[in-house]
Ligand binder design. Sequence first.
Ligand code: SF4
Ligand code: SF4
Length: 291
Amino acid sequence: MPESSRMPKQLTIISGKGGTGKTTFTAAFAQLTENKVMADCDVDAADLHLVLAPEIQKTAPFYGSRTPVVDLERCTRCGICTQVCRFDAIHGGVLNLFACDHCALCMHACPENIITMEESHSGDWFISNTRFGPMVHARLGIAEENSGKLVTVVRKEALNLAKEQGAEWVIIDGPPGIGCPVTAALTGVTRVLIITEPTLSGIHDMERVLSLTTHFNIPAQVCVNKYDIHPDNTRRIESYCRQKGIEIVGKIPFDRGVIEAMVSGKTVMEADVPGVAPAVRQVWERVIGDW
Ligand code: SF4
Ligand code: SF4
């Protein structure tokens, strides 16, 4: 089969919450994987660019929602739009954009038929070059919602680019939480790597993400980051994963050098953080190796 017609494999790296070191892994995987496209799906608080330093090659607008636009010259100030709006977002035809939920009820209710729903520019997505290859990423506008929709756009564009370039992998840096953006980052991928840490909230979030991957029937693996800060909780994670038949692909020790590497814009491999760099490489080999 020609390289370009082969479907790229998709790996989503996810944590359930921020601060577990997920971006450390994603950046290291970007360096270690040869033939791939990166997709930064943490569109609300993207930080992969801090390490990968993308040079933007293409910018495209993202229209995430439709917003009411009122022809105020024809408005009779009847107040019906105010009465029907459940978000207190429109007063006599004047809109408070930050309160609006884009439900279009006012448009349907206006007796003068002078409200239209128009697409609003909610952010941008980009294709960039990095020192480790191409990356698709995005920026959502301030107070904009619909990050799930933007995640879908980033994934679609990354997959298209990977197909165009005959890339074997799309490596996706997933958003935190378990809401709509996370679902958008997980659906249809080949495999999920969950980065957790041995804290009670870390364990709780790992369990929630695993319930999602089980629900969507996506193979998942777990890596315990900073495993040595709480050995008892690490054992709890290991026992939980054993019971559920989830493979633990590695345990990474805590090292302040990881933060220092990130601050200086380097991956842990580039900074050669002792103990951490070889352990991350082993995780990468176990995640990528059996595909
Ligand atoms: S679109 Fe919905 S939320 Fe926005 S102003 Fe109209 S009724 Fe209110
Ligand atoms: S319902 Fe229509 S006419 Fe009445 S206040 Fe609102 S925009 Fe103006």
